[in-house]
Design a protein around this ligand. Structure first.
Ligand code: Z5A
Length: 226
């Protein structure tokens, strides 16, 4: 079968990494060749940029600079990892992608939509996801989960985790608006329920996308951006 590109979006602590792990395991038991990746990062070049962005080192240079860095990382990730994997027939599961830039830099960063769109076109270069799962839950629930987890990530909150809770709630609304604008690609799943119930809901959305890929043996279904 030809590859499929599935992205996971949502706020802080929404359960994206957890659900990618569940889905990857389920798909592998059915024989799919699965690649799990994340943004910012996923390729050596993009991982180098990740540190600059999440440490807050670029924050003082402004949101335009940060947006360009996210786009640079995305371009490297797409060309070095995602496109080759899709062309090799794999299922790529990606923790955040272009919709995070639309929401974080575009909506809550107050960047002009034209600027965000231009960066997206260059960085994505036609590799639009076949399916985007948006995990939706109240921002306060996600933030509490993120705080409660143990380990290095909880002890060292990143540049975005330190922001005011009202900004996180604005992002939740922005993801829902985005899903309403692109209902074929973006599917909203209630993230405020037990993890295995979320996993079942996600599998129901993913199965038809993979079945279509198998039955058609078609090329990557991602829409080419104009
Ligand atoms: N960013 C951007 O601004 N622009 C861009 O273009 C891109 C990104 C691509 C990356 O952060 C930051 O970059 C992100 C936006 C910005 N910042 N923020 N905020 P990251 O990669 O370090 O982190 P994240 O993407 O926000 O993910 P996260 O905080 O690690 O959360 P998650 O992956 O969605 O959740 P999780 O790790 O699966 O679960 C969190 C905890 O909840 C954990 O302890 C789980 O065991 C628990 N959990 C998970 N599911 C459940 C359920 N169902 N019930 C109860 N508890 C659960």
């Amino acid at each position: 079968m030809k590859g499929r590109f599935i992205t996971f979006e949502g706020g802080e602590g929404a359960g994206k990494s957890t659900q990618i792990q569940y889905l990857a395991e389920a798909l592998r038991t059915h024989g799919y060749d699965v690649v799990m990746t994340r943004e910012p990062g996923g390729s050596p070049g993009a991982e180098a940029v990740r540190h600059v962005l999440l440490s807050g080192a670029a924050e003082e240079f402004g949101v335009r600079m940060e947006a360009i860095l996210f786009a640079a990382a995305r371009s490297d990730h797409v060309e070095e990892l995602i496109r080759p994997a899709i062309e090799a027939g794999k299922v790529v599961l990606c923790d955040r992608f272009m919709d995070s830039s639309r929401v974080y830099q575009g909506v809550t960063g107050n960047l002009e939509p034209e600027f965000v769109t231009a960066l997206e076109r260059v960085a994505v270069n036609g590799m639009v996801p076949d399916l985007t799962i948006i995990l939706d839950l109240p921002a306060e629930v996600g933030l509490a989960r993120a705080k409660a987890r143990s380990g290095e990530k909880a002890a060292n909150p990143d540049r975005y985790e330190k922001e005011d809770p009202t900004i996180h709630e604005k992002r939740r609304e922005a993801f829902l608006e985005l899903a309403a604008r692109e209902p074929d690609r973006c599917k909203v799943v209630n993230g405020n329920q037990p993890a295995d119930a979320i996993a079942q809901a996600i599998e129901k959305l993913v199965n038809p996308v993979l079945a279509e890929a198998q039955s058609m043996g078609s090329d990557h279904a991602g829409t080419q951006q104009s």
